[in-house]
Design a protein around this ligand. Structure first.
Ligand code: F6R
Length: 369
């Protein structure tokens, strides 16, 4: 049932183009706009929403961090993202105009469930983004947008994460469409780009051999650092989480802008630093700053592993290893930059002799608080 792959995780990484396509299926109308009849929250309610709060754990929380950029950009509504395990313990300010988005692959994560119960008790509307039909979290929510990743068996989340991102983009864009904060032309443009992502992912998957080879060459390292900015920051956190859980290595993700505020002290001779580079066309200013960060860590002995879009030549002189990803718009970039990090962690775990699908101490769904 691993379909010829050594591990479920490899199979699930390879299934990502289909998972993304399936998650879009039936949600795009004939006119190229979003149609989410399945979302049982009335458009009139969505128009009145004055705050979006995303709650989730682990990898799903990283999807939520990325959702914030999309919600604020397209829906023009303030958006907070909080670890579900922290949420209800600070008596959050919630009301009838708060839309809480609870993201969970399994639909059974206890912290996320408790957070959504807390939100509903205080009158907020809850929309679940979930991969498991009929599980507890969607059953207890006002509405649900299912991700169609199919069953995810490996403990480390891969295809579920990508489909959570797609679902978050769809929710953010739909909110914008309903509220009129994003023009129909832009909605159609984003929808078209989303529809092209499966093909882009096939391209990424076809070029992963150098990433595997790189991972094997780093199997003896103690520490790997990850840097990113804007939507690349949650991607850096996700890359580090994957490496911790699978390779049992010390891995940390940082916002690249924070480097000088502490983390750069960790850089010493030979430490691999993986950098997710923003789009050079759309984010020239941030791009320049991140390229400076690459130079700074390299000057202190780091081995730089640079993930940059095709055609970005400015990074070439500072990259000890360069991983190319297809060009996308800024907000959608995590869909392509995450994949090499999944492959990297999976291969490093294998090289270190770890059990890829069943990492020590971890369970697929955490049903206790
Ligand atoms: C990491 C991972 C976990 C889950 C987290 C939430 O690879 O899989 O961090 O993302 O336990 O699980 P769900 O999405 O089922 O609520």
């Amino acid at each position: 049932e691993k379909g010829g792959y050594d591990h479920f995780m490899l199979k699930e990484i390879a299934e990502q183009p289909k998972a993304v396509a399936d998650t879009l299926l039936g949600r795009i109308g004939a006119g190229g706009l979003l149609e989410l009849d399945e979302v049982r929250i009335a458009e009139s309610v969505l128009r009145e929403v004055d705050k979006v709060v995303v709650v989730a754990c682990g990898t799903a929380f990283h999807a939520g961090m990325i959702a914030k950029y999309a919600v604020e950009r397209w829906a023009r509504v303030p958006c907070e993202v909080e670890l579900a395990s922290e949420f209800r313990y600070r008596d959050p300010i919630l009301g009838a105009r708060t839309l809480v988005v609870a993201i969970s692959q399994s639909g059974e994560t206890m912290d996320t469930l408790m957070a959504l119960r807390h939100a509903r008790e205080r009158g907020a509307k809850v929309l679940a983004v979930c991969n498991t039909n009929g599980s507890t979290i969607p059953r207890e929510s006002d509405a649900v947008l299912y991700t169609h990743a199919g069953p995810e068996v490996a403990v480390a989340s891969t295809k579920a994460f990508l489909t959570q991102l797609v679902a978050c983009y769809v929710v953010a864009l739909y909110l914008g469409q309903v509220r009129g904060s994003v023009g129909e032309g832009e909605v159609r443009g984003v929808v078209r780009e989303l529809a092209g992502i499966p093909e882009a992912l096939e391209g990424v998957l076809a070029t992963m051999e150098p990433v595997r080879e790189l991972a094997r060459s780093l199997a003896g390292q103690d520490t790997v650092l990850f840097l990113g900015r804007h939507v690349g920051y949650p991607v850096a956190l996700e890359g580090a989480l994957k490496l911790k859980e699978l390779a049992y290595m010390h891995a940390e993700g940082f916002a690249a802008g924070e480097l000088k505020h502490g983390p750069i002290a960790l850089v010493e001779e030979g430490v691999p630093v993986v950098v997710v580079v923003p789009s050079v066309r759309e984010q020239a200013v941030l791009h320049g700053k991140v390229v400076s960060n690459i130079q700074e860590v390299r000057a202190r002995g780091a081995r730089t592993v640079v993930i940059a879009e095709e055609g970005d030549e400015t990074v070439v002189p500072y990259a000890d290893r360069l991983i190319r990803v297809p060009r996308t718009s800024t907000l959608l970039q995590p869909l392509v930059t995450t994949v090499p990090l999944q492959v990297f962690a999976c291969e490093l775990a294998t090289a270190r002799g770890n059990e890829v699908d069943q990492p020590r101490n971890l369970a697929k769904s955490v049903t206790v608080e």
